[in-house]
Design a protein around this ligand. Structure first.
Ligand code: ADP
Ligand code: MG
Length: 273
């Protein structure tokens, strides 16, 4: 049995003191520390700060840097189709969306409690925008988030099936990706008659997330009664929907599509003239 090799560090011997600090920071991956070192040193000198001020400031810079890079990394990993915030959502255009409800969701308590959100409504009313906005908030709050459209999910499951033909664990990658994140956004649930493999994986995924008390946001322009075909059988559809709805906020958006807002405005003007 081989042992894992331990990282071996040696102090750099050559170079000025500043160069040595820079290379030690690089070895220890202290990027925030390295970037702030000179500024902090001269500020602490100027203000006659103590060595503790100096250390505190540099540790703070390092933590800040790590937090900022975590957010950037998680946003990339989430695979949002666009990055739009809740602030960019015009609530006056969509009065059927209660701003107070969305403000409560922004606190991300729903993720902490493992609750689901279901946005229902016709195309263009902002279901994906609101989901992405909440996903961005969740990342800021430290919850890893993943976004996937149902058709992309279906394609992915089918591809894994083809690549691992007779392997019963063919979907392990899918579960790794989608059963683990604290928040999953399942966009555009409007597709039915999925094949047996897809419906089984989807059903298992929903059960796993339910058992682990993990939140999922669903968006759909279909009613729940039309989601049945996704799960292969009536019994399974009932069991999946029970799990989804048990702890869910359902937000129905009934207004006009935002994509045609200029057209609607023009029409209203023409009628008014
Ligand atoms: P849906 O998912 O309901 O089909 P989207 O969220 O994709 O709709 O919205 C379509 C486009 O319109 C997006 O670019 C979105 O940012 C924008 N949009 C929709 N509703 C609003 C709104 N109330 N305020 C600002 N932008 C909106
Ligand atoms: Mg959408």
């Amino acid at each position: 049995m081989g042992r894992n090799k331990t990282q071996y560090f040696t102090t750099p011997v050559a170079g000025t003191q500043e160069e040595k600090i820079a290379s030690m920071c690089a070895m220890l991956e202290l990027t925030g520390f390295a970037a702030s070192f000179k500024n902090t040193a001269s500020r602490v000198n100027l203000t006659q700060g103590t060595i503790h001020d100096f250390i505190e400031d540099l540790l703070e810079k390092e933590m800040l840097y790590r937090e900022e890079s975590r957010i950037v990394r998680w946003m990339q990993q989430a695979r949002f189709p666009f990055q739009k915030t809740i602030d960019e959502f015009d609530f006056s255009y969509q009065p059927s969306v209660d701003k107070r409800v969305i403000n409560e969701l922004i606190s991300c308590r729903f993720v902490e409690k493992g609750e689901n959100i279901i946005f229902l409504g016709p195309p263009g009313v902002g279901k994906t925008h609101l989901s992405v906005g909440l996903g961005l908030e969740a990342i800021q709050h430290g919850y890893d988030t993943k976004f996937v459209k149902l058709d992309e999910f279906v394609e992915r499951v089918e591809r894994e099936r083809m690549e691992h033909e007779s392997d019963p664990t063919f979907a392990s990658k899918i579960f790794k990706l989608y059963a683990r994140p604290r928040l999953l956004i399942f966009d555009d649930i409007d597709f039915y008659d999925t094949g047996k493999d897809v419906s089984t994986v989807l059903f298992k995924l929903i059960c796993q997330r339910y058992e682990k008390n993990l939140s999922t946001i669903f968006t759909s322009n279909k009613l729940f009664s039309d989601w049945g075909g996704l799960f292969g059988s009536k019994e399974r559809a009932g069991a999946a929907l029970d799990r989804i709805i048990e702890n869910a906020a359902v937000i129905s958006i009934t207004g006009d599509s935002y994509r045609v807002r200029d057209k609607v405005k023009r029409l209203k003007l023409t009628v008014a003239q």
